[in-house]
Design a protein around this ligand. Structure first.
Ligand code: UDP
Length: 323
């Protein structure tokens, strides 16, 4: 099956392309390369274009006639969203409106959409089920929630069907070290901890040690990017089999503290992680971890590589190759 991977040159999109190609599907990447990397497009053609440009989208649909679309092209950095809300709403929401228009013109009716646990905000109860109220506390989460609402409206009026996957903390790298996480600037915990361990760029900033958690640092649910990629394939298959639209968490169900991650980094690298303690980072809920029942029932999803050691080991192997 041919699938249009919008944002396929980025971190998660490129791993999904790899997983699709490995099982014989045909990913076509659409990306403006503003954040993605040409070298991460290895499993099919790259069409350079912008989702806000109807002409670019119509051209890629006409040329490749994909059976379905997966959407990864979004601004994701929480702090940047607070500083540049208009850019976030433009790319993350107006961009999807534009994409949906092109899908409609091309009679392409199936979408797998990258949503996020940031749509829940600070949870009232844990583990987080999909029925938790969605009250995002930052611009990033609000743009993703707006798209979820948009998708629901369209699916109730038209033949269009979608899966919105609410990811927890995507992490790790392709186990063979071929592709990995390359954000610039990098804001995520595991790459920053590995960077600090490797002596690149000084000590890591640890944001907050006074949370009401096991050791005072935030707790997160880390999901290996290859497991996450496989969840996308399962969601696509369900939709292709005729399922109704659905939303679903993708996580492991277990939270690990920031300090536990630093311990894992030290164990994997054999190096100390120098860090300095900073104030809390605005917009960080203390604890986030997924209720995984729906992902099991709907997608048959069981993470296979999301233990902290494998995640950190795979990320480290990737960075050792490119640094
Ligand atoms: N974090 C940190 N230092 C960093 C990056 C992240 O202390 O350089 C903390 C952050 O405050 C949060 C956790 O690590 O508590 C996970 O942050 P990340 O940005 O990786 O993912 P998020 O949960 O925000 O999506």
């Amino acid at each position: 099956m041919r699938v249009l991977i919008v944002g396929g040159a980025g971190y998660i999109g490129s791993h999904v392309c790899k997983a699709l190609a490995q099982r014989g599907d045909e990913p076509v990447v659409f990306d403006n390369l503003s954040r993605g990397h040409r070298h991460a497009v290895r499993w099919g053609p790259l069409f350079e274009g912008d989702i806000r440009q109807a002409r670019d989208l119509d051209a890629v649909f006409t040329q490749y006639r994909p059976a379905a679309v997966m959407h990864f092209a979004a601004n994701i950095e929480v702090g940047e969203g607070q500083r540049e809300p208009l850019a976030f709403w433009d790319n993350n929401v107006a961009g999807v409106v534009s994409l949906l228009g092109a899908m409609k013109r091309a009679a392409c009716e199936v979408l797998v959409f990258s949503s996020t646990c940031a749509t829940y905000g600070t949870p009232q109860s844990l583990p987080l089920t999909e029925d938790e109220p969605q009250t995002p506390i930052n611009v990033y989460g609000r743009t993703k929630l707006a798209v979820e609402q948009l998708l629901a409206d369209i699916a109730s009026a038209e033949a269009f069907r979608y899966a919105a996957l609410r990811y927890f903390n995507a992490s790790g790298a392709s186990p063979d070290g071929e592709i990995g996480e390359e954000h610039d600037p990098e804001t995520h915990l595991i790459p920053n901890a590995l960077k600090a361990a490797a002596g690149r760029g000084g000590p890591m900033k640890l944001f907050g040690v006074d949370y009401d958690t096991s050791d005072g640092t935030c707790e997160r649910d880390f999901i290996h990017v290859m497991d996450l990629a496989n969840a996308h394939l399962a969601a696509l298959d369900r939709l292709q089999d005729g399922a109704h639209s659905f939303v679903c968490n993708v996580g492991t169900g277990t939270g690990y503290s920031v300090k536990a991650v630093l311990d894992a980094v030290e164990a994997v690298t054999g190096l100390p992680v120098p860090y300095e303690i900073h104030d809390r980072r605005p917009g960080d809920p203390p604890r986030l971890y997924a209720d995984v029942e729906r992902s099991r029932d709907l997608l048959g999803f069981r993470p296979e590589r999301s233990d902290l050691h494998s995640i950190v080991q795979d990320a480290w192997n990737f960075y050792k190759r490119i640094w």
